[in-house]
Ligand binder design. Structure first.
Ligand SMILES: [Zn+2]
Length: 293
């Protein structure tokens, strides 16, 4: 996540979001106040979001480039993700996989070895151009919207993507539409029920007036924060049945690639990582859900 910048917040922002986008009409309670924005939480489905959602139209999909600078971590993550894919949606019955926010398409290439026919979408032109050289036709510029035909795929996957969207509810509507009956949705997102989350929000409360304190959620970057409870409610409302749900930690090499922490910060990050593993309260959640008829 890029460091918070000193944007001018406008009282009449187009990006103000008081109501929960998942349970229409519900006003989110303010759970944390920051100098430039608030974090709201839906009393009904428990999802959290930034209000405003973002400060401006400026959008740089290459901000996330640090994720692809650690190929070892990525290989390990793709092994885990493919294991979850083959378990939830075997290639014999679920051959067509669409990955949204797929960067270079590494997960899809790994899945192809198991017999899947993958296709990826990304909003980073740099990533699309790179993928075109390595595996032509695999990755297209775009996102999951009306251009993807109804009932055209068996699996929709999005790893660490949906929390960046202004309208994740529209993504879920399209996911349901493009999946064939019995199709599988695989999502990975940051998680509220984690030690990391509570530490970050504790910091946000202690340093209530300090703009630069990272709380793990920020307008225009990590806009939404989900969790076990939120996903179960949101997906059930959209006729998806959660078939598996597992905590996982961000690989340390990714955390260290994004910034250069001091020794003390490194030690803290490693300690929290170990504690999270021991308590099974890791900072991310990866889940699979089946589209019910
Ligand atoms: Zn809600």
């Amino acid at each position: 996540m890029p460091p918070p910048q000193d944007h001018a917040s406008q009282a009449t922002s187009n990006f103000d979001q008081v109501d929960c986008v998942f349970c229409a009409g519900r006003e989110g309670e303010v759970t944390l106040k920051r100098p430039k924005f608030v974090v709201r939480r839906c009393p009904q489905c428990a999802v959290m979001w930034c209000d405003p959602l973002r400060f401006s139209d400026a959008f740089n999909p290459d901000d996330e480039a640090a994720y692809i600078e650690t190929p070892d971590a990525l290989d390990g993550e793709n092994e885990d993700r493919v294991a979850i894919l083959t378990h939830a949606a075997p290639p014999a019955t679920h051959p067509k996989v669409l990955e949204v926010g797929c960067m270079h398409g590494d997960f899809l290439l790994r899945a192809a070895k198991e017999g899947y026919e993958g296709r990826g979408l990304d909003l980073s032109q740099t990533a699309v151009d790179h993928a075109a050289k390595v595996s032509p036709g695999l990755v297209s510029y775009g996102t999951l919207d009306a251009h993807v035909p109804d009932a055209s795929v068996n699996v929709v996957a999005a790893f660490n993507v949906i929390e960046h969207m202004d309208a994740p509810h529209e993504f879920l509507s399209h996911a349901r539409r493009v999946l064939r009956p019995g199709g599988i949705l695989i999502l990975e997102t940051p998680r509220q029920e984690s030690i990391y989350h509570h530490v970050m929000f504790g910091r946000g409360r202690v340093f209530a007036n300090k703009r630069a304190v990272d709380i793990g959620i920020y307008p225009g970057t990590h806009i939404f924060k989900f969790g076990n409870r939120a996903w179960r409610r949101i997906l059930a409302d959209r006729k998806f049945e959660v078939t598996s749900s597992r905590g996982k930690s961000t690989p340390l090499s990714q955390l260290f690639a994004k910034r250069r922490p001091s020794f003390v910060e490194r030690a803290a990050i490693v300690s929290f990582g170990l504690l999270a593993k021991m308590t099974r309260l890791e900072n991310r959640l990866i889940l699979t859900a089946r589209r019910t008829p």
